[in-house]
Ligand binder design. Sequence first.
Ligand SMILES: Nc1nc2c(ncn2[C@@H]2O[C@H](COP(=O)(O)OP(=O)(O)OP(=O)(O)O)[C@@H](O)[C@H]2O)c(=O)[nH]1
Ligand SMILES: [Mg+2]
Length: 468
Amino acid sequence: MDIACRRDTICAIATPIGIGGIGILKISGADALRILRTLFVTRTGKPRSSFPSHRLCHGWIRDPKTLEPVDEVLASYMAAPRTYTGEDVVEINCHSGYAVLNRMLEIVVSQGARVAEPGEFTQRAFLSGRLDLSQAEAVADIIHSRSQEALKQAGRHLRGDFGREVSRWREHLMELEAQVEAHLDFAEDLSEEGDPALAGLLSRVETQVIPALERIVSHYEEGRVLREGLSMVLVGKPNVGKSSLLNALVGRDRAIVTAMEGTTRDVVEDSFWVAGVEVRVLDTAGIRQKPDAIESMGIERTLRSVDEADLVLWILDHSRPLTEDDDRIHERISGKRVLVVLNKMDRCGPTTAQAARTRYGLEGDVVELCALRPEDAQRLKKILQDRVLKEALLSAESTFAVNRRQRDCLARALEALQRACALPDPEAWPELVSEELRAARKELDAILGLEADEELLDRIFSRFCIGK
Ligand SMILES: Nc1nc2c(ncn2[C@@H]2O[C@H](COP(=O)(O)OP(=O)(O)OP(=O)(O)O)[C@@H](O)[C@H]2O)c(=O)[nH]1
Ligand SMILES: [Mg+2]
């Protein structure tokens, strides 16, 4: 999007288009008030000249060509700069329905507004300095949050907690940069006055900035789970009870269950919530040798899901002996984070937890359960909370859950600072120290969106929905 276009007046339907109580149309830009004046009439059909800022006005929107009333509305004018975008903003609350919302949008566009691109309102908020880039990204995160934990994390970013922390590190680095520059320019004078040596300055970076960055970067994975949820794939040979366990976990009849081997052919996905975190669970085709053609396509999909999942729930069957199919699955999931489940414990059978531990050299516990008992599904959820999500939930208290872009910037900043601190004799290389400090500071600038280029902004804001 061209920066110049960003200053025209934009409009969008801000609520989902469909049948509902209220639909909201937003207009932002210099023409917002003029458009409202043209379209709005009072209950008695008279135009209204004054719209006090930040007040709701009751009346009608009428078609300026035919003068026909279109819908009864509550409209508000909000004068710049105390608005979301920092520009003049008008919001029209009308009724929500396909025809009425589209008609409203058409009328506003006929008065010279342009339909906004996804995220363009928030982009304007960012460009006008109302939000830094980390806060703008948090707006999309709030909208996309599916779990309470994701919402909590996004809320912290939107309030600016993370942005403020980054600004603090940034100021710290800028101060140091200035001191190193002074050291470079007036090295001799300063040393006479007892200026702290470069090594001393760097030790402050080492104690005050590096540990904080390290903590966030090293907890990225836990933070990602909080933000995006945990993806968990159910694997096992046919008939061990994968689909039964999926149904028990999500509490509904999601996947087909039969006594026949090879019932599930495709990946079936659903989700449930544990301690405010979303767990996306994938039920897959049982893995076995000599499958039929359709089944083998299903098995390929199973294996792809294994590669992409955060956690593999490997299901064994207590009622039947372990076989080569189990051995093959064991090999295939090596290197993944695995939780082993021994299912069908309500039956008699040859496969015990100890037998599985010995055969596969398992170190962790084997969870024994019966997928047909709802209380066992609850117990499994508690185990997921205590064993798998524990670190993520703890990290939520002590650090920020950042997105991939922010993590990459922090990791690069960290590397630059570590390089500066690792110089054996920094006094001999003040230019190098200065360069690394600047490189690190630029990465922090990128998190906040200072000097962000258009490509980056377009990439970030294209994630948004229209009307935000
Ligand atoms: N007794 C008992 N039967 C179970 C249990 N779990 C599943 N079953 C039964 O085992 C059979 C197979 O269950 P599914 O859930 O379809 O097994 P699956 O692993 O999804 O099988 P595929 O889709 O063929 O790979 C069904 O008849 C279930 O009712 C259990 O804990 N106890
Ligand atoms: Mg199945």
